[in-house]
Write a protein that binds this ligand. Structure first.
Ligand SMILES: [Zn+2]
Length: 276
């Protein structure tokens, strides 16, 4: 009898705590001192808001528009990590990360620098605009597929979920070319956790691999993301096909690179004159 009573109490307490956590997670207003509305975004923070942060949101929104699921006016809560307990609660529930994107929430964990456009965590820098775009893409995925058909409930392979968020976020001029992206990976130290871009910011190498495979499926195989989600081809098969494409097009791509280099070669002698 005593055991039964304790079991009921334990279940009731667990449900109560889970319910409270859910209420807090869905309502960041409960744990933040300040809120600023900007376009369709509600920014939650506890201290002061860098006035340039809204520009970063606008730049991330531009990247987001490349998604086939983009809807204008998507209302999102943007939660900063500047003293509120909120990011810590999310970290406890979802595990450590630079940031999280779920439902209609983007939560940053790292400290960010708008002037230099990075978020920093554990000594690593992530391009801030691209990080925001990555997490916002997860929100678009939730909006499109719904809670039950999104990760982590739905059985969608990680590479399709994370790779698409990276695909939408990584649109710098030196990130759009799949051939160059594969080359960057081939030249990287793959024993490390991260891969470093030309601006000194990083991507986790696993995410990088996810991204380029999604890029292959969307840009080269011309699948839509929705088709890719439904596609049953094995990941290993797609990776092999991507590398076959890479090998077959290597000569062509090098030719194009040489031509591009040729068009800018004119500045080379000027630089060397100054160096001497
Ligand atoms: Zn992600």
């Amino acid at each position: 009898m005593q055991i039964k009573k304790w079991t009921i109490r334990l279940i009731a307490t667990t449900l109560l705590i889970a319910g409270l956590l859910l209420i807090i997670t869905l309502n960041p207003v409960l744990t933040y001192a300040n809120k600023t509305n900007y376009n369709n975004y509600s920014i939650y923070y506890s201290k002061t808001l860098d006035p340039h942060f809204t520009l970063k949101l606008e730049q991330a929104t531009l990247l987001l528009q490349e998604s086939e699921f983009y809807v204008s006016g998507l209302k999102l809560d943007i939660c900063l990590n500047d003293g509120s307990v909120y990011p810590t609660i999310v970290k406890k529930m979802l595990g450590p990360a630079f940031a999280w994107g779920f439902y209609n929430k983007v939560v940053l964990q790292g400290a960010f620098n708008c002037a230099e456009n990075y978020a920093e965590l554990n000594g690593y820098k992530w391009n801030l605009v691209q990080l925001l775009a990555h997490e916002m893409t997860h929100c678009l995925q939730y909006k499109k597929f719904g809670f039950w058909k999104s990760k982590p409930i739905a059985n969608i392979p990680d590479w399709k979920w994370e790779g698409y968020a990276e695909y939408i976020a990584r649109q710098d001029y030196n990130q759009k070319n799949l051939f160059q992206n594969i080359e960057r990976l081939k030249n990287a130290d793959t024993s490390k956790w991260e891969i470093i871009f030309e601006d000194g910011t990083i991507a986790p190498i696993d995410y990088y691999k996810d991204w380029i495979l999604v890029q292959y499926c969307l840009d080269i195989k011309k699948l839509s993301y929705e088709q890719l989600i439904k596609d049953k081809t094995e990941e290993s098969e797609l990776r092999a096909a991507m590398m076959k494409w890479y090998s077959e097009n290597k000569a062509n791509a090098q030719q194009v690179a040489l031509q591009n280099w040729g068009s800018t070669v004119v500045i080379q002698p000027i630089i060397s004159v100054h160096l001497q």
